[in-house]
Design a protein around this ligand. Structure first.
Ligand code: HEC
Length: 128
């Protein structure tokens, strides 16, 4: 039964390839979910109390810094060390609500939160 032996070998390879594929997809999804959770629990939770929505802030950064890399770098810089000089928010808002407190997230968590923030509001690929 040489033929069926070879067939089951081929089937075995397929199953292995499918399993690896599913695992890879699963872990990518897991990472995306984790970023989303951090963003929702940290950023959105606090920002809900503000009169200016997170998307307004995002567009200020997009207008000023344009590219994905520069927007994300500027966000990282501000969120880790907010200063009035760096802030793009209006003076009235900052006077009333104070400067954003320095983030308590780790660098990795912050990066994931910013990735989610970017994915949520980036305009590219959404304009038809
Ligand atoms: C404890 C409350 C709090 C948390 C947590 C928080 N923010 Fe803020 N954030 C604020 C306040 C208040 C302001 C408005 C004053 C200012 O701009 O500094 C602000 C301002 C901002 C701005 C505008 C900054 C600027 O240039 O003026 C951005 C962008 C922003 N937040 C994004 C985020 C993201 C992304 C997260 C999550 C990683 C986050 N915030 C978490 C309170 C918070």
């Amino acid at each position: 039964m040489v033929g069926s032996g070879r067939r089951s070998l081929v089937v075995g390879r397929w199953i292995r390839a499918l399993t690896v594929g599913a695992l890879l997809l699963g872990s990518a999804q897991l990472l995306a979910d984790r970023g989303k959770n951090i963003y929702e629990r940290n950023c959105v939770a606090c920002h809900r109390k503000l009169p200016v929505a997170l998307d307004k802030f995002f567009f200020n950064y997009l207008l000023k810094y344009s590219s994905e890399r520069r927007v994300k770098e500027a966000l990282q810089r501000f969120l880790k060390h907010p200063t009035k000089k760096k802030a793009l928010a209006s003076e009235e808002l900052i006077n009333q609500y104070g400067l954003m407190p320095k983030t308590e997230l780790s660098d990795t968590e912050l990066r994931r939160a910013i990735d989610t923030y970017w994915e949520t509001y980036k305009v590219f690929g959404k304009i038809k």
